[in-house]
Write a protein that binds this ligand. Structure first.
Ligand SMILES: C[S@@+](CC[C@H](N)C(=O)[O-])C[C@H]1O[C@@H](n2cnc3c(N)ncnc32)[C@H](O)[C@@H]1O
Length: 251
């Protein structure tokens, strides 16, 4: 496993994912929460990193609403008044503000032990998060997509919990795999809405993400609408080349 999320913590993909997660947690108020790929929980940030094009862009956001609540949460992990984020809370830490019962899978031993320190009350299991996946009040599937197979594995895992409220994150560098993922989910009987935010034009090929998407399945419409409503705030803040775009697909 040669993926370490620390390099990416607080990037634009995290921002979009965590704003959406916050919207869903607020609306759904789940009693039980499962994450298939939990990460470290809390990421100390160095003086430069992908967070500079992510959470830093919103650090001084002052317009309230969903984005404001997310930024306030993120700020609460740095010293009051800090000019830049000093640490970034991952999804399990954000979820812990809303849910007591967390089952967190993290395959990397070292990441899992950092996660246990961050969340001593969570049930952290060092194993593949997709294989044992079972229904809960909310499931987040968030693979690193370091290998092509992870796209198929994520769709198949989702299909094993067809009636479960689900959030599934995916990266966008081109549209081929994202569209194949949505077709595969529909073919397997999983339906919902995919919402994408593109912060770098797809014609530009870079090392980093051009955007990311989230599949919402069995998630209240109000939460999905709340995410769509903040795209005009997130897009301009996160865009890297003077333009941004969004796509909403019902399937
Ligand atoms: C994108 S990061 C998770 C970030 C986290 N969900 C968040 O938003 O803060 C992916 C994590 O999955 C872990 N991982 C990779 N393959 C896994 C697997 N099969 N099962 C569980 N964890 C896995 C990696 O070690 C990494 O920490």
């Amino acid at each position: 496993m040669d993926y370490a999320h620390a390099r990416h913590a607080g990037n634009a993909g995290d921002v979009f994912k965590h704003v959406a997660l916050l919207a869903v947690l607020q609306e759904l108020k789940p009693a039980s929460y499962v994450e298939t790929h939990a990460g470290d929980g809390l990421y100390p940030l160095g003086s430069a990193g992908e967070w500079g094009d992510g959470i830093q862009r919103l650090w001084n956001y002052s317009e309230g609403g969903l984005v404001g609540r997310y930024v306030d949460l993120a700020r609460s992990f740095s010293q009051p008044g800090a000019a830049r984020p000093e640490a970034y809370p991952g999804s399990p830490l954000l979820a812990s503000r809303f849910v007591e019962k967390q089952l967190l899978y993290e395959i990397d031993r070292q990441a899992a032990s950092v996660l246990r320190r961050a969340l001593p009350n969570a049930d952290v299991r060092v194993e593949d998060g997709l294989a044992p996946l079972a229904p809960a009040d909310l499931v987040l599937i968030d693979p690193p997509y370091a290998q092509k197979q992870e796209w198929t594995d994520a769709a198949r895992a989702a299909a094993r919990i067809p009636d479960t409220p689900l959030l599934l994150w995916y990266p966008i560098k081109a549209l081929t795999r994202p569209r194949a993922l949505i077709s595969e989910l529909a073919r397997l009987g999983i339906h919902g809405t995919a919402v994408e935010l593109h912060w770098t034009p797809l014609r530009l090929k870079r090392e980093r993400l051009n955007g990311s998407g989230l599949v919402f399945s069995h998630i209240p419409k109000r939460a999905v609408s709340a995410v769509c409503a903040v795209l005009p705030a997130l897009g301009p803040a996160l865009q890297t080349h003077g333009e941004w775009g969004s796509v909403v697909i019902g399937f």
